[in-house]
Design a protein around this ligand. Structure first.
Ligand SMILES: C[S@@+](CC[C@H](N)C(=O)[O-])C[C@H]1O[C@@H](n2cnc3c(N)ncnc32)[C@H](O)[C@@H]1O
Length: 499
């Protein structure tokens, strides 16, 4: 058995593999992906037109990955995924633990673990195809499924491609109910790190300031008070020792033995695979970035991964994007990005977060086939009215509870009727918001704007409004400008079930 720094274990033809009924081969997955022939259409475009946009797909990620292969095969530098953890339950978006909290996504698998692996395996096969030769994959998992996925990734990626299992301690143990649990607290998650090839991948080693315990080892002091520690010289040549001496970097002990000096003010610790310094979100976290979305990860975690395994301009993808944490961090760090999620709530969280970033632009592609995503045909929970005011249009939502203390939804009292709404000056085609608002997530956040005056471009023929409800469902309304009064009255926009 090799030691921790010894040669990697060789995987020969008899390497163990994981089996379950119905497991396809990678070749079958790729052949099936070619058969799917999914169709997507650009349905929304947020941000300034001249800015290069990240691409977010609203659809089934197996179809999205199959579609992306056409343009991105071998071109993605970093993939991070944070799939469901196989918990066999529905996960809800929290509006203060309200009974009506909407389901964000399902984490139930008919055949249990086998069903879960049957879901994940083909997606991993396609993701491997998307990765560039120098690319990296991070798969974020709960402890129940991580060991199985580790075996699958070994099978798929082959010898020498496993880099680390990062253990992330999500929160300090001992809070609330966990204290009474008859087992060790389950407060860790695994992030499996693989590279497409055993060599030639990109990795930047990251450091952080020393912990107080590490700093305490710097006990010796220069006459000016500068702290250092003395380390045995090892196999330095006499010439190098003389050079260090000339630089004042050799310490001679009272017994005359020579040591190398390491100064505290220059010292940093290398970040290793045990991450205990990045707090996650409890269910009622007050963290500003937390949206109450189940499984949302902190930006600091993604920042660490992106800084280590990608460079500015690289392409980063997350096909289980949730609230878009990876995409937000990629945007901030100057990476290009591709994202995907199936959940309308996830998409709405991505609109909120990415539209708030300076200089960001966002394309949203909706799946048309084989599993279409789109606006609701059902009656919207509110109406929209408008009138013209010169080259602008004044719009208002009607049907929202009125007055102080009215249960408008949101923090504390369940999902809101309207989570956000946006206005475009085109009647059809790609929806390009000219104005938008989002409702509060925390009690202290400003309320949803119920009324707006939106200046329209000269060529505008009409006005279109997209409303998202508390479950992320989309409703659209439209009117021609000619149908809107120019005086004090209001006209109702017509709800439409298409773009
Ligand atoms: C744990 S959450 C990801 C959270 C994300 N890392 C964040 O920070 O917000 C998992 C996401 O995977 C999405 N998902 C699950 N199955 C999917 C599928 N087949 N296609 C697309 N998205 C899927 C869910 O809707 C959910 O948003």
């Amino acid at each position: 058995m090799a030691g921790p720094d010894g040669p990697p274990l060789r995987r020969g033809p008899a390497s163990p593999t994981l089996h379950w009924p119905g497991k396809p081969t990678p070749e079958q997955v790729l052949a099936e992906a070619r058969q799917i022939q999914p169709r997507f259409r650009l349905a929304e475009r947020w941000g300034a037109p001249e800015v290069e946009a990240g691409q977010l797909y609203w659809g089934e990620n197996l179809h999205v990955a199959a579609h992306l292969l056409q343009a991105w095969r071998g071109r993605v530098d970093l993939v991070y995924i944070d799939p469901p953890f196989g918990l066999q339950r529905a996960l809800r978006r929290r509006w203060g633990a309200h009974p009506a909290d909407p389901v964000a996504y399902q984490d139930r698998w008919p055949e249990g673990l086998a069903g879960y692996l049957q879901m994940l395996y083909p997606r991993l096969v396609l993701i491997r195809e998307l990765l560039s030769d120098s690319g990296s994959l991070y798969v974020h998992l709960g402890p129940q499924v991580a060991p199985y996925v580790r075996v699958l990734l070994d099978e798929l990626f082959g010898p020498g491609t496993f880099r680390n299992e990062i253990i992330w301690r999500r929160d300090a143990a001992g809070k609330g109910g966990k204290r009474a649990s008859p087992q060790w607290p389950r407060n860790t998650e695994s992030i499996l790190f693989y590279t497409k090839r055993p060599k030639g991948y990109h990795f930047t080693q990251l450091t952080r300031p020393l912990s107080p315990e590490q700093a305490a080892a710097y006990r010796l002091k220069e006459p000016d008070g500068r702290r250092f520690r003395a380390v045995q010289l090892g196999n330095y040549t006499e010439a190098s020792i003389r050079r260090l001496e000339a630089q004042g970097r050799i310490y001679v002990s009272p017994t005359g033995k020579r040591y190398k000096k390491y100064y505290l003010d220059e010292a940093r610790a290398t970040i290793d695979g045990l991450w205990t310094d990045l707090p996650g979100f409890g269910t009622r976290s007050a963290a500003k970035e937390h949206l109450g979305y189940p499984g949302q990860k902190p930006e600091a975690l993604l920042e660490r991964i992106l800084l280590a395994s990608s460079r500015p301009g690289d392409v980063v993808a997350d096909l289980f994007a949730g609230t878009g944490t990876t995409l937000v961090v990629a945007q901030r760090l100057g990476r290009r990005w591709l994202g995907c999620d199936l959940s309308p709530l996830a998409l709405q969280a991505c609109r909120r977060r990415l539209s708030a970033l300076d200089g960001a632009a966002l394309e949203i592609w909706w799946e048309e086939a084989p599993a279409p995503c789109g606006v609701e045909g059902e009656r919207a929970p509110v109406g929209v009215e408008a009138r013209r005011e010169g080259r602008a249009v004044r719009l208002r939502l009607v049907g929202l509870p009125q007055g102080p203390g009215a249960p408008a939804g949101g923090p504390g009292d369940g999902p809101p009727l309207v989570e956000g709404w946006a206005v475009d000056g085109e009647m059809a085609g790609v929806f390009r918001p000219l104005w938008h608002t989002f409702g509060p997530v925390r009690v202290q956040d400003p309320p949803l704007a119920r009324e707006a005056v939106v200046p329209l471009p000269v060529q505008a023929q009409g006005v279109r409004v997209q409303v998202a409800d508390g479950a992320g469902r989309l409703y659209r309304f439209a009117a021609r400008l000619g149908e809107l009064p120019a005086g004090p009255g209001w006209a109702a926009l017509v709800q439409v079930a298409h773009d």
